[in-house]
Design a protein. Structure first.
Length: 442
């Protein structure tokens, strides 16, 4: 079936689904394959549950005219999403980077939704499957979309750009994330830079942190005709930036003052619900993009104030016993270092560090965990707790950790015997470490 013909069927409901447990009446079911399942085997169940059609790529499962046979289901889903994107005459902001993608996306959406009917990536639907599903969820009433793009290999951002076709783009930063898949930090720069490559080719607009030398270097290597800068007030003149700002408080929530550099110089102060001084650049990016799309400072400030972090990203949780900084949705060496720097700057006198393993670091896993452990040891804290095989290995060899456990379950048993009360506690690690198990004991 041609994509144009399939699109007509999609337009009957504008609903797609890849999971028989969440079938919506009238949707089109895409029978994707996974490492441990074959979606083709669930096509009949999807139709019985209310799907209007099932897209399959195994002829042996074609039982009725409601089964649409294609060469490759995933490729068909991506082509359908691209076709739908081409029908949408709206700005699409693509966001990628090593750290801060989701926070930036949510901040930008909160700001722009003050003026526009927006749609932003839900949850973690930011890969080769999630981006198509996100695009196919954009209704005709949407005026502006914000699409998060994740990647751990070369050419993934290029693929996602070909599907989403962003008119504007933001790379939050370049750091030591997914080193194994990208092939080192230079590979990260190349892979994330595919967004700039797209914007260069199609004369899109790039929002760039002028204070970031890596991003500025990546910009200089390309012909980008439309660049909108933002920066810190303290880092020289902001005359060539659309927006400049600085941090005025971090105890533990960020208070920021900022101003647009075109036409008005008044400072605007905003008290956010974010913690972590590293989030200043994310706030400035949102203020810059809001200014670019002609929101007033009052509208921008409201969007910044309204955003409350969730999903354990820079999230402050006050329990009966402690103040927790929950930042264990994900972790890599770069995000570990900035989280530790921020934690060290907080005024709390009594602190505890709980750090969990980082993954996808390849041959650099041991050295990067050692560097993070050394950094943690330099911070004044009553306890430093390291969890996971990687940390346990380097802590054991170095003999420098206060406490090291091979698993989160072992740490749970430790906290049952030695409760922590009256502290500021940083909990940081990769989400597969399941550090949320510790929260009920803190």
């Amino acid at each position: 079936m041609e994509i144009a013909a399939l699109y007509k069927l999609y337009c009957e409901s504008r609903l797609v689904c890849t999971d028989t447990r969440t079938i919506s009446p009238g949707c089109i079911f895409f029978a994707l394959r996974g490492d441990n399942f074959d979606g083709n085997a669930y096509a009949a169940k999807a139709l019985a549950s209310g799907a209007s059609y099932a897209v399959i790529d195994n002829a042996s499962f074609k039982l009725t005219e409601k089964h649409i046979l294609v060469p490759d289901v995933l490729e068909c889903l991506q082509k359908l999403a691209r076709y739908h994107r081409q029908q949408l005459n709206i700005p699409v902001i693509g966001i990628t980077g090593s750290n801060g993608k989701t926070t930036s996306k949510e901040l930008i959406n909160s700001v722009l939704s003050q003026k526009f009917n927006t749609y932003a990536t839900r949850g973690n639907l930011n890969n080769h499957i999630g981006v198509p599903l996100t695009l196919l969820s954009i209704g005709l009433e949407v005026e502006l979309a914000i699409i998060e793009m994740g990647a751990n290999h070369q050419k993934e951002i290029e693929l996602l750009c070909n599907i989403a076709q962003p008119t504007h783009g933001l790379i939050t930063n370049i750091g030591k994330a997914h080193l194994e898949g990208f092939g080192g930090i230079d590979g990260v720069k190349k892979g994330k830079g595919e967004l700039y490559d797209w914007l260069s080719k199609y004369e899109g607009h790039a929002f760039v942190n002028k204070d970031n030398p890596i991003l500025m270097g990546m910009v200089s290597e390309r012909v980008l005709k439309n660049i909108i800068y933002y920066n810190r007030i303290a880092q020289g003149s902001g005359s060539s930036s659309l927006v400049s700002g600085e941090l005025t408080a971090n105890d533990p929530f960020l208070k920021i003052k900022w101003h647009p550099n075109e036409g008005q110089s008044a400072l605007h102060t905003v008290q956010t619900q974010l913690t972590g001084n590293y989030n200043l650049e994310n706030v400035l990016a949102a203020a810059c993009i809001g200014t670019y799309f002609r929101l007033s400072p009052a509208e921008i400030n409201k969007g910044l104030v309204d955003y409350s972090p969730a999903n354990n990203r820079s999230q402050v949780t006050v329990t009966a016993n402690n103040t927790l900084i929950c930042d264990y949705y994900n972790a890599n060496p770069s995000s570990m270092f900035v989280a530790l720097d921020n934690f060290a700057s907080l005024k709390n006198e009594k602190k505890v560090l709980i750090l969990g393993d980082m993954f996808e670091l390849g041959d650099e896993a041991a050295s990067e965990h050692q560097l993070v452990l050394n950094k943690a040891q330099s911070i004044l804290a009553e306890k430093r707790i390291f969890i996971g095989q990687h940390f346990f290995s380097v802590a054991k060899v170095g003999g420098s950790a206060n406490y090291a456990f091979q698993s989160t379950d072992e740490a749970v048993e430790f906290l049952k015997l030695e409760p922590i009360k009256g502290f500021a506690v940083l909990i940081k690690g990769s989400r597969s470490m399941k550090l949320e198990k510790l929260v009920e004991l803190l």
